[in-house]
Design a protein around this ligand. Structure first.
Ligand code: ATP
Length: 251
């Protein structure tokens, strides 16, 4: 499958009808990439989620996209990045009048309490001076019951909206918003996103379980700190947990 390369003033877009994974494509070409370059596909044969899980990526006008970004700092700063991307996607969707959106720490976007979109940030290279990242996201536009039947958790799509956003316009908005937000993140850190996160945080002040197989910790979700760690109120006080292998569930 050959990509079509579209050059524009804001960077390059590698467009595929079909690919394994848009993240995998960019990860294989990092030496040629500039911040803001993106890869878009109509279908992914091996779309991926965290820890080897799969992102179901059928044909059907859904969004499967990844963007390359070079952070001018070491890897420690990348810890809160999926939260920034979540805030950014919510902002872009809101610009099209989408309501009922929510964020689930650390990497999911919900619509009406069902999963609409997923984010996967992968590190390509890192040094003391810079960290190269591939930021992938999938958004369900209009999923058939047959396609959705393959997903093993409640899902949603944008088909119930009064007017469905045009896919190209939504992609342009997502790209623009992401670039602006990543620049803001580089200048001001995650602190600049706390208000946005708190506004959309689905689990704020709710009883939750944090699953860190084989262990599980229960507590009340008290938002995030400026490193992107989840703050959990437990019997021993507030504890902080950083992404990685942790999954959040309603208790
Ligand atoms: P976590 O809470 O740990 O992030 P998760 O189950 O949401 O758990 P992810 O890695 O974020 O895991 O996403 C992969 C999961 O998302 C899959 O295991 C599946 O349950 C679900 N999923 C896969 N494809 C889709 C899709 N197109 N739309 C909605 N949900 C999907």
């Amino acid at each position: 499958n050959e990509s079509i390369l579209v050059n524009n003033v804001d960077g390059r877009c590698f467009y595929f009808d079909e690919t394994t994974s848009t993240n995998a494509f960019l990860l294989g070409h990092t030496s040629e990439l500039k911040s803001g370059d993106i890869c878009i596909a109509e279908y992914q044969s091996a779309g991926r989620g965290r820890r080897g899980r799969k992102w179901l990526s059928p044909y059907g006008h859904h969004i499967y996209a990844s963007m390359f970004w070079r952070l001018h700092s070491d890897i420690s700063k990348a810890s809160g990045l999926s939260l920034v991307v979540g805030c950014s996607i919510v902002k872009a969707l809101s610009a099209f009048g989408v309501e009922g959106l929510g964020l689930k720490w650390p990497n999911d976007i919900y619509l009406e309490h069902k999963k609409l979109a997923g984010i996967l940030v992968e590190i390509a290279h890192s040094s003391a001076q810079q960290t190269e990242l591939v930021i992938g996201f999938g958004i369900n536009m209009s999923m058939s019951a047959e396609q959705g039947g393959l997903i093993d958790q409640p899902w949603s799509d944008l088909s119930s909206l009064m007017s469905m956003p045009d896919k190209t316009e939504l992609l342009i908005q997502l790209h623009k918003t992401l670039k602006t937000d990543l620049q803001l993140f580089e200048q001001k850190g995650l602190g600049a996103f706390l208000d946005r996160w708190n506004k959309y945080d689905l689990f704020a002040n709710r009883d939750v379980s944090l699953i860190m197989a084989p262990n599980c910790v229960n507590g009340i979700c008290r938002g995030i700190d400026d490193q992107g760690a989840l703050l959990l109120e437990t019997d021993q006080g507030i504890k902080r947990y950083l992404g990685g292998e942790i999954s959040l569930r309603a208790a």
